[in-house]
Design a binder for this molecule. Sequence first.
Ligand SMILES: [Zn+2]
Length: 69
Amino acid sequence: MPIYEFRCKNCKKVFEVLFRSRDENLKIFCPGCRSEKTEKIFSVFGSKMEKGMSSSDVPPCAATCKQFS
Ligand SMILES: [Zn+2]
């Protein structure tokens, strides 16, 4: 199961969401402020590209992304 990291555009909180098989289209709520204004940052387990993306589309910023939050 992939884990995606999201950042809340409202309060800048970064949080991880564990997706089951077909949960791609679920609305992601910020656990801090309950805002829907979240953006996906990167996939921890990005090797499984189900949407036709190549691995190069995902920035290798596992550590550095959090510095912008
Ligand atoms: Zn928030």
